[in-house]
Write a protein that binds this ligand. Structure first.
Ligand code: ZN
Length: 116
């Protein structure tokens, strides 16, 4: 069980590193830039505005993901990757598989989300 967990965490660790790299170079999240749309097509300004808002939200999401990735990488440096920041229990492998940037277990994350 622990052996499997270690192996699963090592896999998530590799994914975390790759994800951090991709996010830093911007290839992980494709942002539709309004200025790159084909110009002059019925002047769909409303669509461009919406695209701008979406781009902003994507940028925000990317920023917070980058922040979370950086935190997870810090945990990695400390040798605490895969362990919950709050309760220090091992984070279930399935959670790390789903979210390699996770630094808390589900109950602790739930507690944080409620506080916010
Ligand atoms: Zn926890």
């Amino acid at each position: 069980m622990t052996k499997n967990w270690n192996r699963a965490v090592a896999t998530s660790e590799a994914r975390l590193r790759r994800l951090a790299q991709e996010t830093a170079t911007g290839s992980a999240v494709a942002v539709a830039r309004p200025d790159e749309r084909t110009a002059g097509d019925e002047g769909d300004i409303a669509q461009v505005v919406i695209d701008g808002e979406i781009a902003q939200r994507v940028a925000d999401l990317r920023a917070s993901l980058q922040q979370q990735l950086a935190k997870a990488l810090d945990r990695l440096e400390l040798g605490r990757y895969g362990y919950c920041e709050d309760c220090s229990e091992p984070i279930p492998a399935e959670r790390l598989e789903f979210a390699p940037e996770a630094t808390t277990c589900v109950p602790c994350q739930g507690r944080r989300d409620r506080v916010r």
